[in-house]
Design a protein around this ligand. Sequence first.
Ligand SMILES: NC(=O)c1ccc[n+]([C@@H]2O[C@H](COP(=O)([O-])OP(=O)(O)OC[C@H]3O[C@@H](n4cnc5c(N)ncnc54)[C@H](O)[C@@H]3O)[C@@H](O)[C@H]2O)c1
Length: 328
Amino acid sequence: MKKIALVTGGAGFIGSHLVELLIKKKFKVIVIDNLSNGNLKNIKNLIKEKNLIFLKKNISDKKLNLKKYKINYVFHLAALGSIVPSIDNPIKYMENNFNGTLNLLEKLRNMKIKKIVYAASSSCYGLAATPTSEKNEINTQYPYAFSKWIAEEAIKHWSKLFNMPYVSIRIFNAFGPRFQTKGAYGSVIGVFLKQKLSKKPITLVGDGNQSRDYVHVKDVANAFYLAAISKYKNQVFNLGSSKPIKINEIIKLLKPRKIEKIPNRPGEPLKTHANIGKIKNMLGWKPNISFEDGFSDLLKNIDDWKNAPLWDKKKIKKATFNWFKYLK
Ligand SMILES: NC(=O)c1ccc[n+]([C@@H]2O[C@H](COP(=O)([O-])OP(=O)(O)OC[C@H]3O[C@@H](n4cnc5c(N)ncnc54)[C@H](O)[C@@H]3O)[C@@H](O)[C@H]2O)c1
């Protein structure tokens, strides 16, 4: 019998790669996405696939009826994902990411789900000592981080009460094709690629000495798949490459004509660096695509960013100002 998977947020950046992998692995896949940040174009090659059902729905929808799909595995990725706007609008983030997760958990109760795999965020560790292991202290610095972490706690609680095994994967920084650049708040690599393509100055936050632990999105999808099929349950795993890259190194690879500096933001760590010993040992996962290979592939396909929105500097300045107000 075919395994049946639900992927929430399956039209998003990571979700679309996961859907692709699950279809390849012969799963039947049900995608729920309200397209608030995702795009059907991300899964356009699969949409005619008979093993894919796409539902344009909100995970917070009280009328959501999942029983008829006989789901075995749930991959929960739907969330609002940006840091800065979560400071402008924390309630929206809590309602979407936390209440949405609660609603989903309630809908899954009594459905004999084999495992729920959750896309948690390394932002739960805040300004942590590095390399950061799963045992590091939780120290959320902004509402996005809090909403993602408290949703993870809800999953653990439902799991304990209603026998719904879970694996929570705390992703560090995913990168790769279909990266979001959405207006003011995109991830730095996508923002840079769009700026380079548009011959605009590269906007550098701080001095560029901050580093991020980038892991390729295809490796992220593989970790989610392995987490679902493995014998392990009720576990938290860190997921990164464990090889932090300085923002200045990325800029060097991009060879920009001009750089425009933007002040550093107080809640952001100078360095993220995952200790990935646990996921390597237990799931047998390892990163297969290096940053250099993944990045040069992105550069080769830079035209993919033609229709992506540019960073909105006015918005970002206002949001950065609010961030300072909030944290000082
Ligand atoms: N990209 C990263 O580096 C990273 C790091 C840590 C954690 N994560 C987590 O991984 C998940 C996927 O991230 P991503 O980068 O692919 O983001 P994304 O925005 O591309 O994907 C999220 C998807 O969820 C959908 N969505 C949001 N709210 C929804 C709702 N209420 N109902 C239905 N659909 C909804 C969006 O339309 C989007 O398609 C998120 O939960 C994010 O918090 C991502």
